[in-house]
Design a protein around this ligand. Structure first.
Ligand code: NAD
Length: 476
């Protein structure tokens, strides 16, 4: 039987006269009908959330954490169903879809055991000041398509543990798993506390404009992030923006290539490069450049092949949607037309044997100019530039872009050198001798245009709460 999908409003399942269907990125077949929320659906969701907040906002942290454990349990019970849906809508392999599901469980469990606590900010013989944290109200969570569950779930669990209600709007490219997750977890939370409405840019814009929503947590492109922030200014909403990155990966001359090459291949080609903190520019020391490049080509060729069958264990897949496929294809064509040295891949048509799907070959470009589109813009797909450096100040300067600073990585056998470089990089997270993988216990944010505020870890919860100071007198 075909699965069915619904907007989840006040714990009720709602269909719609207006439906859309996502295109399966592996086969280009139309997927299931998905109801698009109407203006009335959205208004009802905001009203239900506001009504629920009156009592939900008064619950204690332990009460809310107990419910997060139950949420994790339901995701776990339905892990296969959710992963199967994710595979269809994102084109991910089973391995990658499982990661989206299991990491979401991990996020629930992290906040089930970690939350904001009161803090004594000052104490003397006259008095004591205690900072406490109170919820904001209704949070609007707007998500992208590359990790639909993880990137929605982090906003949901952060909202819930801090006592907020939350309305999620998934990407119209990947609405299904998020809608199914909300449907499956009905009954755990009071009605109106966690809701999902499906729609596109119009619905997202309506969320950013609605006076009944206190905060927007947005993950997506820099261009949309700017629109979100401008719209939120009108009602002074709190805003968190998790935006694009163009991560530099710096490879030092003393590096252990047996360790570094597979790790950097994973940094660049995991999920076909559709990771906000993927390695997007690799800077290799001139003295090891040729050997590094030869080894990287071999590893990528062997480990990031095109497998049309998503059940083959692989962390590579097609591009998620036609819009992004055309963006990445345009970058490959730009490299070709300018005569850059493509040392692996480069094919953009008929990549899968059956000629279907939004597949691009894993592509490596040697020494493109620093000012090329491939180096300066986020590719968000399976094409990686490999550049050379010989002076530390110079590579740090080239790594630090004016318009982005989400993540970065440094590879060196000398941890002191790696740390010195890592501290000079203008990025929200820097990984040493490992590919870029966020950890839900670690604060995650972008500097410059890569974001505004951040999420994850205890610090990430601060943006979901007001901090209120209680000033106590001391006797006498
Ligand atoms: P996008 O900006 O096109 O869309 C993101 C979401 O915003 C979608 O749900 C979309 O419907 C909605 N939207 C569109 N216009 C809107 C508007 N005017 N107001 C409100 N909402 C609107 O981004 P995308 O293509 O879905 O995602 C890919 C991008 O996300 C990449 O640049 C990637 O680097 C970035 N990303 C960042 C992080 C991070 O944590 N920093 C994580 C994942 C992805």
């Amino acid at each position: 039987m075909q699965p069915q999908f619904f907007n989840v409003i006040n714990d009720e399942l709602r269909g719609s006269a207006d439906v859309h269907r996502v295109t399966d990125p592996r086969t280009e077949e139309d997927l299931w009908a998905c109801p698009v929320a109407t203006t009335q659906d959205f208004e009802d969701a905001v009203a239900a959330a506001q009504a629920a907040f009156v009592t939900w906002g008064q619950t204690t942290v332990p009460e809310r954490q107990a419910l997060l454990v139950r949420m994790a349990g339901v995701i776990g019970q339905h892990a296969d169903e959710l992963a199967t849906i994710l595979m269809k809508e994102t084109g991910k392999s089973r391995v990658l879809a499982d990661i989206d599901v299991q990491a979401s469980i991990g996020q629930c469990m992290y906040y089930a055991h970690n939350a904001l606590e009161d803090e004594v900010q000052h104490e003397d013989d006259k008095g004591r000041v205690v900072a406490t944290h109170i919820p904001l109200g209704v949070v609007g969570a707007i998500a992208p398509w590359n990790f639909p569950l993880i990137l929605s779930n982090i906003k949901v669990v952060s909202s819930l543990v801090t006592g907020n209600c939350v309305i999620v709007k998934p990407s119209p490219f990947t609405p299904y798993a998020v809608m199914k997750w909300a449907e499956l977890t009905r009954g755990i939370l009071p009605p109106g506390v966690f809701q999902v409405v499906n729609g596109g840019a119009d619905l997202g814009a309506a969320m950013t404009a609605h006076p009944g929503i206190a905060k927007i947590s947005f993950t997506g492109t820099i261009a949309t992030g700017k629109r979100v922030m401008a719209a939120c200014a009108k009602t002074l909403k709190k805003v968190t923006l998790e935006l694009a990155g163009n991560d530099a990966c710096i490879v030092c001359p003393d590096v252990n290539l047996d360790m570094a090459v597979p790790s950097i291949a994973s940094g660049g080609f995991f999920n076909a490069g559709q990771v906000c903190v993927a390695s997007k520019r690799v800077y290799v020391h001139e003295s090891i450049y040729d050997e590094f490049l030869a080894r990287l080509v071999k590893v990528v060729e062997a480990q990031y092949a095109v497998h049309e069958d998503g059940n083959v264990p692989s962390t590579f897949g097609p591009v998620d949607n036609k819009v992004q496929f055309d963006v990445v294809k345009g970058i490959v064509e730009d490299c070709k037309s300018k005569g850059y040295n493509i040392v692996l891949g480069g094919k953009t048509e008929g990549v899968a044997a059956n000629g279907k799907g939004f597949w691009l070959q894993p592509t490596i470009v040697s020494r493109p100019p620093e000012e090329s589109v491939l180096v300066q813009e986020e590719q968000f797909g399976p094409i990686l530039p490999i550049l050379a450096w010989s002076d530390e100040d110079d590579v740090v300067r080239r790594s630090n872009l004016a318009n982005a600073g989400l993540g970065a990585s440094v590879y060196s056998a000398d941890l002191a050198q790696a740390e010195r470089i890592a501290r000079r990089l203008e990025a929200g997270s820097v990984w040493i001798n490992q590919p870029e993988r966020p950890n839900c216990a670690a604060y995650f944010s972008g500097v410059k245009d890569s974001g505004f505020g951040g999420e994850m870890g205890k610090q990430g919860l601060l943006s979901y709460a007001y901090t209120k100071c209680l000033h106590f007198p001391k006797a006498g």
